[in-house]
Design a protein around this ligand. Structure first.
Ligand code: SAM
Length: 272
């Protein structure tokens, strides 16, 4: 970890209008917005989608979440959104130590230690994530759990595609029947032509500033991450198309001229 570099969790927080970012994250965020002014709306539309999924799953009866690549606690966190409908148990997972520590502090203030926890583990080690999550005492391994992998897999470079897919498959195996898996992923598949050069610039910025990959997968590759899980309606869609009728939540819905301007494919599946 290099604290001199901007960090993806905190840049995302800057774009969402949070308060957990540092000045280098703000500078980087502003640099992105200079090249790609629509990117703030893209981040916010994504977070609106994340909040919709959490609400929808709680309405379907889910009472425990494993939120992997959770980021810093920002606007509209899983435990807060879920608790608005029913008391739920949430374990956050992030492998960036400052992010995990910030989450721990925020939960000290705002969480319930019997129901909310964070583990600092790399998602590429599903057995360690699962063991760490169970060790918190928050999750019941016999009960269905919603595993959320939102906007995290794009930070694995193309060379790690197989490793990422294997890890996601392992999560599908670990969870009991009736569990859910939600995936969202930035894409270059089906986006408007006008966005393509901006996306290329964004990738270049991430690689040069963050020293991190910003890898776009195809819709088919993102769909494949859900394996044989039964896809919930409305299927694998652009994020603004996932239950747009749900207007609740701390962030206002973002409208794009066409949904593919959101640049993120997403879907949620259920283990049969
Ligand atoms: C853009 S944030 C996503 C936040 C949240 N999931 C959302 O969609 O609103 C991506 C997060 O994934 C985390 N991350 C990246 N690679 C990871 C890995 N290998 N294991 C665990 N977390 C990872 C980053 O530290 C960052 O906090």
């Amino acid at each position: 970890m290099n604290l001199d570099l901007p960090n993806v969790a905190r840049v995302y927080d800057f774009l969402l209008g949070g308060t957990a970012y540092w000045s280098r994250d703000r500078s980087f965020g502003l640099r992105i917005l200079h090249e790609f002014p629509e990117f703030r709306d893209i981040a916010r539309a994504h977070r609106v989608f994340v909040n919709r999924v959490v609400r929808q799953l709680v309405r379907l009866g889910v009472r425990q979440f494993l939120d992997i690549g959770s980021g810093v606690l920002s606007t509209g966190n899983t435990h807060q959104i879920a608790d608005e409908i029913a008391p739920c148990r949430v374990v956050y997972v992030d492998n960036e130590p400052v992010t995990a520590a910030q989450t721990e502090l925020a939960l000290d203030d705002d969480g319930d230690p019997r129901r909310h926890a964070v583990v600092d583990v790399d998602l590429r080690d599903p057995a360690a994530v699962w063991a760490g999550a169970l060790a918190t005492g928050v999750l019941d391994p016999q009960e269905p759990v919603a595993v959320l992998m939102f906007s995290v897999l794009q930070f694995f470079p193309p060379g790690l595609d197989d490793e990422a897919s294997r890890a996601v498959a392992h999560y599908r195996e670990l969870v009991p029947t009736g569990s859910y898996l939600g995936v969202s992923h930035v894409t270059d598949d089906g986006i408007p032509d006008a966005v393509t050069p901006k996306l290329a610039k964004l990738k270049q910025l991430c690689e040069s500033w963050y020293h991190t990959a910003f890898h776009c997968r195809s819709r088919a590759a993102i769909r494949a991450l859900l394996g044989d899980f039964e896809l919930l309606a409305p299927g694998m869609v652009w994020v603004p198309q996932w239950h747009p009728e749900d207007h609740a939540g701390p962030l206002e819905a973002i409208s794009f001229s066409t949904p593919n301007h959101s640049m993120v494919w997403a879907g949620v599946g259920r283990k049969r």
